[in-house]
Design a protein around this ligand. Sequence first.
Ligand SMILES: [Fe+2]
Ligand SMILES: [Fe+2]
Length: 173
Amino acid sequence: MSIQQEVERILRVNHAGERGAISIYTLQIAISKHLWPSCVPALKEMLTHEQSHYLIFDSALRTRGARSCYALSLWSLGGATLGAITGLLGPKAIWSCTAAVESTVYKHLQEQITFLEQHDKDALLAVQAIEADEKSHLHHALNSGGAPARENKIIWVIVSLCTSLAIWLSYRI
Ligand SMILES: [Fe+2]
Ligand SMILES: [Fe+2]
């Protein structure tokens, strides 16, 4: 695989991931408006970030004439499912979901940055543009009850596995 193909693969998986994040937050907000209104402002702010991240990768793919991930609608569906289930379970589940997703994503971002520093400054800027927001989502979630503990272990395991699986899949299709 050429370096250009690898860079496109990174942009594609991030683009798809942002789509999934948008779906997670959209469903969590829709449910929280009725059940857990105190979560809504932070979730809305995160959704706004994810929407702008999505546009960053969307335009990076377009500029390169690169396609998006074939499984984009699967990311939407998976994200909506995770968002709906954790939204119904309550604030602890919501923030555990965010913390588990973001900590998995954050590790991938660090690997991507290490690669892009050597090979593609434009793509590096795109990834770095979202890094601080993702880190702030992770910290907010950890400080709001989403930190790994015995009572949310199952959510952490399931959400981390789903996120890793989605990333693995999107690097390949
Ligand atoms: Fe994002
Ligand atoms: Fe995020």
